[in-house]
Design a binder for this molecule. Structure first.
Ligand SMILES: NC(=O)c1ccc[n+]([C@@H]2O[C@H](COP(=O)([O-])OP(=O)(O)OC[C@H]3O[C@@H](n4cnc5c(N)ncnc54)[C@H](O)[C@@H]3O)[C@@H](O)[C@H]2O)c1
Length: 351
C-alpha cells in the first residue's frame, strides 16, 4: 500500500510510525510547515510537498492519512475521496454534523474507504470491553458513564485547538469524541433520543493567568484566541431507555484520589464493567451465588495506532470499513452538536 501522510504534527508522526511498521510505503508527506514536513519526509525517505494538491495527481498513491487541524478535515477528505484515494481521517470527523454529512455523501458516491481515527477502540481495555458486551456477558447495558479529567492540559492555548473556528470546540469535540465513540461502539450505537449538555469556560480563557502542568501542541500563544470550553458535561438518553453520562475536561480542579483521570463504566443487567482509559485492567462485577463479586481482568496493551492502521489496511483490502465508519462518526458528531446546542439554548434537546 502506497500512502501519503497529510499533516506532520503530533498525530501525523504517530501514523507514519504505525504505517511503516504495518509495511506500508510512505511515498509523500504533506505539511504547510516546511520544516515539519521535510523532517518527517526524510525520516521515512518520502517526498515532501506543502499542499495536498500535488499528491491528488499521483495515481500510484492509493490511500492517505489525514492528521491536520479539524477545520481542514472536510476539504482535505473530500478532495482525497474525489481524487480516488482511500482515507484514514483523524477525529473529529469534522467541525459539525452538516460538514460530516457532506464528507459522508462524497465517500458514498466515490465508493472509497473512509475510516475515522477513533483509536480508543484498539486499546486493550477498549477491545475487552467490546468483547464482553458482544458476548452477552453484561446482558442489557442500561447505563454507561465516561469521564476524562485532565487537570491542567489545555492544548496549544491560543492556537488552533482553542480557536472555535478552527477546532469546532474544546474538550468535548477534542477528547470527548473518543469517549462518545467508544461508549456507543460498546453499546452498539443505540439511537439517540435526547441530549442535555453544559460546557464550562473557566481556565483556558484566562490566558495570562492560566498555569499549566502540561501542554500538548504547546507552547501557548498568548496573543491568540481561546473561545472554546475547557470542560463539558452531558447526559445522553437513547430511545432504548439506556443512558450515557459524560464529563470531560482539559482543565479543572478534580481531586485525583476520588476522580481518577479517566474512567469508563458500562452497567448491564447481568454484569457491569469499569476501567481506566489508559489502564490495563477491566473490573467485571456480577452476581455469584447470591453475592456481588468483583473480578479483575488484566489486558495487555498493544500499539493501538498500529492496530488501527492494520484495520485500515484490512478495510482497504476488503472494501468494508473495519474500524469507525462515517455513519458512526456522524452519530458521534450529532451528539457533540447537540451538547453544544443544548448549552447555547440552555435546555435539553430531543433529536
Ligand atoms: N486520535 C488521537 O488520539 C489524536 C491525538 C492528537 C490529535 N488528533 C487529531 O489529529 C489532528 C491533528 O492534530 P495534531 O495534534 O497532530 O496537531 P498539530 O498541530 O501537532 O499538527 C497539525 C499539522 O498540520 C499542519 N497543517 C496545518 N495546516 C495545514 C495545511 N493547510 N496543509 C498542510 N498541513 C497543514 C501543521 O503545520 C501541523 O504540522 C486533529 O484533528 C486532532 O484532533 C488525534
Amino acid at each position: 500500500m502506497k500512502i501519503g501522510i497529510i499533516g506532520a504534527g503530533t498525530i501525523g508522526q504517530k501514523h507514519a510510525a504505525a504505517a511503516r511498521q504495518a509495511g506500508a510505503d510512505i511515498a509523500w508527506v504533506v505539511d504547510k510547515n516546511e520544516a515539519a514536513g521535510q523532517s518527517l519526509a526524510q525520516e521515512y525517505q518520502a517526498s515532501y510537498c506543502s499542499s495536498p494538491d500535488r499528491i491528488w495527481e499521483d495515481d500510484s498513491l492509493t490511500a492517505v492519512v489525514i492528521g491536520v487541524p479539524n477545520f481542514l478535515h472536510k476539504s482535505f477528505a473530500i478532495e482525497a475521496l474525489e481524487a480516488g484515494k482511500d482515507v484514514l481521517l483523524e477525529k473529529p470527523m469534522s467541525l459539525s454534523l452538516d460538514d460530516c454529512q457532506l464528507i459522508a455523501q462524497v465517500a458514498e458516491a466515490s465508493q472509497r474507504v473512509l475510516q475515522i481515527g477513533f483509536v480508543h477502540r484498539y486499546t486493550g481495555v477498549g477491545k475487552l470491553a467490546k468483547q464482553l458486551s458482544v458476548s452477552g456477558k453484561l446482558g442489557e447495558i442500561y447505563s454507561a458513564k465516561a469521564n476524562l479529567f485532565l487537570r491542567r492540559n489545555v492544548p496549544g492555548l491560543g492556537k488552533w485547538f482553542t480557536t472555535k473556528e478552527l477546532s469546532g470546540g474544546g474538550a468535548m469535540i477534542d477528547v470527548g469524541v473518543h469517549l462518545i465513540d467508544l461508549a456507543c461502539h460498546i453499546m452498539d450505537f443505540p439511537e439517540v433520543e435526547s441530549v442535555m449538555g453544559q460546557t464550562f469556560e473557566t481556565f483556558g480563557r484566562r490566558m495570562e493567568s492560566y498555569h499549566y502542568e502540561d501542554m500538548w501542541a504547546g507552547p501557548p500563544s498568548l496573543s491568540g484566541i481561546c473561545d472554546v470550553e475547557d470542560a463539558a458535561q452531558a447526559l445522553v438518553r437513547f430511545t432504548n431507555g439506556s443512558t450515557l453520562e459524560l464529563h470531560v475536561a482539559w482543565a479543572g480542579n478534580y481531586p485525583r484520589k476520588f476522580f481518577p483521570d479517566s474512567v469508563m463504566g458500562f452497567f448491564g443487567d447481568q454484569a457491569g464493567i469499569g476501567f481506566e482509559l489508559f489502564g490495563n485492567e477491566v473490573q467485571f462485577t456480577s452476581e455469584l451465588d447470591g453475592k456481588v463479586v468483583d473480578e479483575s481482568l488484566t489486558v495487555e496493551d498493544g500499539d493501538f495506532f498500529l492496530e488501527q492502521f492494520q484495520d485500515f489496511q484490512r478495510s482497504v483490502e476488503t472494501r468494508v470499513v473495519q474500524g469507525a465508519d462515517y455513519k458512526e462518526a456522524c452519530a458521534v458528531q450529532a451528539i457533540v452538536d447537540a451538547i453544544y446546542s443544548s448549552r447555547t439554548r440552555q435546555t435539553a434537546l430531543s433529536l
